[in-house]
Design a protein around this ligand. Sequence first.
Ligand SMILES: Nc1ncnc2c1ncn2[C@@H]1O[C@H](COP(=O)(O)OP(=O)(O)OP(=O)(O)O)[C@@H](O)[C@H]1O
Ligand SMILES: [Mg+2]
Length: 368
Amino acid sequence: MNEPMIRFDAVTKKFAESAEPAVHELSLDVAEGEIVVLVGPSGCGKTTTLRMINRLIEPTSGKITVNGVDISTTPAHVLRRGIGYVIQQVGLFPHHTIHQNIAAVPDLLGWGRDDVQRRVTELLTLVGLDPDWGTRYPAELSGGQRQRVGVARALAADPAVLLMDEPFGAVDPIVRARLQRELLALHRQVRKTIVFVTHDMDEALLLGHRVAVFNTGGVLEQLATPVELLASPANDFVASFLGDDRALKRLALLGIAEDTLARGPAVQAGEGTDAARKVMREHGTEWAVVLDGERLRGRIDLPALRDGHPVGEQELRPVETMVRRDGNLRGALDAIVSSPDRMVVVLGADDVYLGMLTLEGLTAELAG
Ligand SMILES: Nc1ncnc2c1ncn2[C@@H]1O[C@H](COP(=O)(O)OP(=O)(O)OP(=O)(O)O)[C@@H](O)[C@H]1O
Ligand SMILES: [Mg+2]
């Protein structure tokens, strides 16, 4: 097995001798390229955990390794070169331009002017900002744009690890959703190891490959993938933090499996009305879907059948409840319950008919 990129080994942090620990006996591995999200109520030790990784806070006991090296043996300034850090209030220098903000670490490392300029342009483009905005000041940007500069700055020296402390906390829900999508797209491109802090469970479930749920007193209650967490929360605290709708949230994370689809009443466009009546009878329906080879043409209803004409030349209606193969089970469930036929047609690329999903099929998929 590969060495984890970050490892906490029984790490405890107490700020004062008598106080209850901010982080209690934490053991946690983060794999290279993984996104682990720390989530939990205010004061549960998320920021403390994050700041121990770049030695802004020193543990009281226990050991942290980054890339196999005990960080207490690495000078903090050397360690931090390999770790980008995005803080809650973005923390841009207000009197420095966007360019100067992003270039802070490369400048410190003594990069040449041209290299710095190239990197800043590259990063502004990467985070979806106009490369010409380097001359602006933070006050001339919106909150969401400043957040992106914060991310660009953290990525400047191409660190292997990115620490993000509630980076999207201060923006409105729409911008936040966009920044979340952008972060996932960015991660697909640059594959950093990311430790991300939030107190928003939905954000954690969306972004995390694994989610670490913390409780007051810095106790790690559960570390699991979003699907595992939703399917089997370790205890009542985790369950209540996931919310009452955790079954639905889990559906939203599950894809549609082709082997749970039924063929359903389907007839080829070139076939006659007898064939159409036969499949309807077999399936106990008064309608069937009409296919051209593998592609969906529409649906035909029993009363609309006119004998003597192939099905494809009859009055077809559009299929109203459809989902794409790459959709999720929550969308499929929504379509099933809003369909009078209690099923949803599943289409692949190029409108290829893959079959129908019914409530039974969906239940089978959840059980399997
Ligand atoms: N420098 C400090 N000195 C003393 N106590 C501290 C210090 N920093 C944090 N604490 C305490 O440690 C605990 C954990 O704080 P931390 O900032 O890690 O929480 P958090 O989970 O990030 O909370 P939030 O969601 O509000 O940001 C809190 O009880 C806090 O008061
Ligand atoms: Mg915090």
